[in-house]
Design a protein around this ligand. Structure first.
Ligand code: ATP
Length: 349
């Protein structure tokens, strides 16, 4: 039986992660797939209380034996100072397990308001280096203060990391609408993001069936707002991808519907693109869609495609019926929305 880890996390995590488990169980049953054995593991503020660490060794050691897991959001900015000094749990897991591809779809839902109706794109974000200096080094960090008045952050761009993310994006584009957009800032950061652009273009030459264009990151934000529905797959470095995918999620309707997985060649971590939403935590108002859809992406990555499709259809049918959480202009709570998705899965069995 496939074992998958469950790490609830902070803020709205304990509300949306169990919702995802409920929906995945229902979809696996309806699709006739083998059930999953869920392995709960400590993480975040609760783990600081029980294990003295936001990411205890037992969690990392157990994850090493699993093919995948659901990670809830964490609110590391709220941890006590000594815990804030460490790499945050998701940054650590991405780096430790070399989860190099952060795949973040943004797709508008029929029946829900969207700033860009018809938006249906995927941000493929390089997840291990780039301008996120805190995770680019083997030991220590690429962000430091040589004096009290000077702060320095290094960005890293390597051929190996660029090649593998570019190939991932090109292969994804080939399975979708065959359009890849490379996002960079090669007019200013010529050597680093210029290198990113050059390698992506070189590899794209081997995919003549995929139309390739490229934009500077600043222009890209404008294009997304004005005509985001024209884009298919975007590939970019770590920090640009983080920012662009939040923008794309919100343009599709809400950060609450923006899923993601972080994948290596042999394991994957499902993680909503949004944060722990402390402003609405504990009130039963969170939209569980992003976490549920991230779980569906994990099932798809594991090859349980039927169950993933069942979830996608149920999420869309539920929203189209007018059952929506407040972030999408509705009044359903997390539990009510989740129950409606489970009902939809069972009705369409
Ligand atoms: P991080 O730095 O971890 O990304 P953040 O505080 O910058 O976190 P979020 O926690 O993602 O950002 O919250 C941004 C806004 O989006 C908040 O107003 C939050 O309530 C809202 N939001 C995020 N996720 C959801 C969700 N699942 N359902 C409803 N609203 C959400």
């Amino acid at each position: 039986m496939t074992q998958l880890g469950v790490l609830e996390g902070d803020g709205i995590g304990p509300e949306i992660v169990p919702a995802a488990v409920r929906v995945l169980d229902a979809a696996l049953a309806v699709a006739g797939a083998e059930p999953v054995e869920w392995v709960p593991l400590p993480v975040g503020a609760a783990a600081i209380e029980t294990h003295g660490s936001a990411l205890p060794d037992v969690t990392v050691e157990t994850l090493a034996k699993l093919d995948g897991w659901l990670l809830g959001p964490h609110d590391s900015a709220a941890y006590p100072a000594e815990h804030r000094a460490r790499l945050n749990p998701s940054g650590f897991l991405r780096k430790h397990f070399d989860l190099f591809a952060n795949i973040r779809p943004a797709r508008a839902f029929e029946g829900a308001p969207a700033l860009v109706p018809g938006l249906d794109l995927v941000v493929v974000r390089e997840n291990t280096e780039g301008f996120y200096a805190d995770r680019s080094t083997y030991r220590g960090t690429g962000e430091f203060m040589p004096t009290a008045d000077v702060a320095i952050a290094m960005g890293i761009f390597t051929r190996t990391a660029i090649e593998r993310i570019a190939l991932h994006a090109l292969e994804l584009a080939r399975r979708r609408r065959r359009h890849l957009t490379i996002v960079h800032k090669a007019n200013v950061l010529r050597t680093s993001t210029g290198f990113f652009l050059e390698i992506c273009r070189q590899l794209a030459a081997g995919f003549p069936d995929v139309e390739v264009d490229d934009f500077h990151i600043d222009a890209m934000t404008v294009h997304l707002v004005r005509h985001g529905a024209d884009f298919d797959v975007l590939v970019t470095e770590n920090m640009f991808g983080d920012i662009l995918s939040d923008l794309a999620g919100e343009l599709a309707g809400s950060l609450g519907i923006a899923p993601s997985i972080n994948a290596s060649n042999d394991r994957a971590m499902a993680q909503a693109a949004h944060g722990s939403a402390p402003d609405i935590a504990g009130r039963g108002l969170a939209n569980p869609t992003a976490m549920i859809a991230s779980g569906a992406m994990l099932l798809d990555w594991l090859g349980v495609t039927d169950a993933a499709d069942v979830i996608d259809r149920a999420l869309r049918a539920t929203v189209a019926q007018g059952i929506r959480t407040p972030d999408l202009g509705g009044c359903a709570g997390t539990t009510e929305f989740t129950s409606a998705v489970v009902d939809s899965i069972r009705q369409h069995a």
